[in-house]
Design a protein around this ligand. Structure first.
Ligand SMILES: *Cc1c(COP(=O)(O)O)cnc(C)c1O
Length: 364
């Protein structure tokens, strides 16, 4: 018997997650210096990590021989305080992506299903498949989650409904009124998961943590990867009623959040200045991109996040053309959007370079 046949079939059927192309790899391939590459492919913070976090992480390295605080006491306490919940409501993850996985560990198997929007963050599908569960995809007209249709899609075997808010790669969001109506329709055996990786960029964020305080079956996920600029550290968290948080805690590895990341996150949590600078840079960058697309007659999806989805004709060709000129964007075939690319907002210079190169590719 081949080793592949010995593996779980649902794992064999899985396509591995395709991350944004790394800078070093691209530089090697096209013979440029890494510093000449512009990466606008993974929604990273163009201003770098929170300076406070950097300082705290340097200090934490001195204790690198010690295992981390497995309970994440200080960081969880600070997160709980910030959001007006109890420590028992907070679960740390190796990136918020791990919280997705922990939810699936706890609630999915071959007899259960996960509901998500058609153009939702692709990791939900990967995880559902990894646990052999059914993945129910609900159309999202105008690229906006249709919460009524998602509630309609819930069946007795449904355990999790994922709402990325705002969603990646579309950048669209649902508001508090829509969420309230949605939650009123959710049966007791289902958890509504709000993935709020881009929360800091929202002008009018819905109060989903308030729903956790009310004891609803809601899990809110946040990350330090985006506005705080700590994607390399892999640290995020979930906030949920104690009954759910307790299950997630049992499913995680003992030291899933490393000590350097915990120290960095703790400092970043109070670095409002860095977040403000980041949000301001982002608003300008988004406006620049949208104006540039308007001038060129390119269709795009109005974004609430730190990236924008734009229709360019042949997404793979534009991706490749831009890559060969040192600008990395993200092709969207994996999201069944072969005509589109997703561009993360960078610094002013990076955004301008991106449009320059996009012009060259579209003209050529
Ligand atoms: C970037 C992103 C995350 C963050 O993942 P981490 O594991 O915390 O780095 C989560 N959800 C969505 C939709 C994202 O785009």
């Amino acid at each position: 018997m081949s080793i592949q046949r010995a593996a779980n079939q649902f794992v064999c059927d899985l396509a591995a997650y395709e991350p944004g192309k790394p800078v070093e790899e691209t530089a090697r391939e096209i013979g440029l210096r890494p510093q000449d590459i512009v990466k606008l492919a993974s929604n990273e913070n163009p201003l770098g990590p929170s300076p406070r976090a950097k300082e705290a992480m340097h200090a934490a390295i001195e204790q690198g021989q010690l295992y981390p605080d497995g309970g994440g006491w200080e960081l969880r306490r600070a997160i709980a305080e910030k959001h007006g919940v109890e420590m028992a409501n907070v679960v740390l993850g190796n990136g918020s992506n791990e919280i997705i996985e922990l939810l699936c560990h706890c609630f999915l198997n071959e007899q259960t299903s996960l509901v998500a929007a058609e153009h939702a963050f692709v990791v939900y599908r990967l995880m559902a498949k990894l646990f052999g569960a059914k993945y129910k995809e609900v159309p999202d007209p105008g690229f906006i989650h249709d919460l009524d249709a998602m509630a309609d899609a819930i069946t007795d075997d449904t355990r999790l409904v994922f709402i990325a808010n705002p969603n990646n790669p579309t950048g669209t969001m649902v508001d508090g009124v829509m969420i309230e109506r949605f939650l009123d329709r959710i049966p007791d055996h289902v958890i509504a998961v709000f993935d709020e990786a881009y929360y800091e960029f929202l002008e009018e964020p819905p109060d989903t943590i308030g729903q956790v305080r009310k004891g609803k079956n809601v899990c809110v996920m946040r990350t330090f990867s985006k506005a705080q600029g700590l994607a390399a550290l892999r640290i995020g968290y979930g906030i949920a009623p104690v009954a759910i948080a307790d299950l997630l805690n049992r499913a995680r590895q003992p030291f899933n959040a490393n000590a350097i990341a915990q120290a960095g996150a703790l400092a970043a949590l109070v670095d409002n200045e860095h977040v403000s600078r980041t949000v301001e840079n982002n608003a300008k960058g988004l406006a620049f991109f949208e104006e540039s697309f308007d001038q060129r007659g390119l269709r795009y999806v109005e974004s609430k996040a730190n990236f924008v989805l734009v229709e360019v004709g042949d997404g793979d060709a534009v991706f490749a053309g831009m890559l060969s000129r040192g600008v990395i964007v993200r092709a969207m075939r994996g999201y069944k959007l072969p005509g589109w690319v997703r561009i993360s907002v960078g610094t002013k210079e990076e955004n301008e370079r991106c449009i320059e190169v996009l012009d060259e590719v579209l003209e050529g």
